[in-house]
Design a protein around this ligand. Structure first.
Ligand code: DER
Length: 234
């Protein structure tokens, strides 16, 4: 499909054009687009020279499936380059909404451990201006389980229009449990004109572990476009 081939070209071009020949530690995020990042890394001639740092259970498996060497962020707290997907990207500052895949904590940890954070996404993820425009499922927020009702109250006081504890649906009775044994709340703030300010307010709420607002962290974004080409925002 147009979306699937867009994901693939974004991922392949991002790896081909940014993976340093002497890379030692490579972070790989979560989701469906980074599947192609792991695939392309697995084809690189220098694949045995670097270790890959996962951002959750999905990526541990994907790294091993592609014959890549698995490392941990405990062993490698400094990462040469990291690739990850996004749910929405704002033009200009390249701020992101992430967390659609419920892996935002380890994704943000890996993204903060590198100076070379490269995002890969299909054309649907481009925001026309502000975050919260195309992505309408709210800002994903990881919370300590027993704080979720209190955090919900505080988010509504901050002006969230809708606050939902993410449920497992048909996959799991009850709330989604993250890879870090926490809950996820999706808080809809509509169009977000100042993601940095909102992120600061969210992080100040007791019980909030991390947010899906990736502010001032992204170096480049590779998009696969509908016409089969790719474009780069930086
Ligand atoms: O949760 C995330 O932030 C993931 O990176 C994910 O949402 C990216 O989406 P994708 O499956 O369309 O790549």
């Amino acid at each position: 499909s147009g979306v699937e081939s867009a994901k693939k070209i974004a991922a392949y071009k991002a790896v081909e054009e940014n993976l340093p020949g002497d890379a030692k530690v490579v972070g790989v995020g979560s989701g469906s687009t980074v599947v192609y990042v792991a695939e392309r890394l697995g084809q690189m001639a220098n694949k045995n020279q670097f270790v890959c740092i996962p951002t959750g259970f999905q990526l541990k498996q994907l790294i091993l499936d592609n014959g890549l060497t698995l490392g941990t962020i405990e062993q490698y707290p400094t990462i040469d380059i990291a690739f990850d997907g996004a749910d929405e990207v704002s033009p200009g500052k390249l701020d992101l909404i992430k967390g659609g895949g419920a892996c935002l904590f380890q994704e943000k940890l890996v993204a903060s451990a590198t100076d070379n954070f490269v995002v890969v996404a299909d054309f649907r993820k481009k925001s026309p201006q502000y975050l919260g425009t195309n992505w309408n499922k709210g800002v994903p927020i990881e919370v300590v389980p027993n704080s979720w009702v209190y955090v919900t109250r505080r988010l509504k006081e901050l002006g969230a229009k809708q606050v939902i504890l993410r449920q497992g649906g048909s996959a799991k009775a009850g709330p989604v449990i993250t890879d870090n044994n926490n809950f996820l709340i999706d808080a809809d703030f509509g169009s977000i004109k100042d993601p940095a300010a909102l992120n600061t307010k969210l992080l100040a709420i007791v019980g909030v572990v991390e947010t899906g607002l990736f502010v001032n962290m992204t170096k480049k974004v590779y998009f696969g476009d509908e016409d089969g080409t790719h474009s780069v925002w930086q």
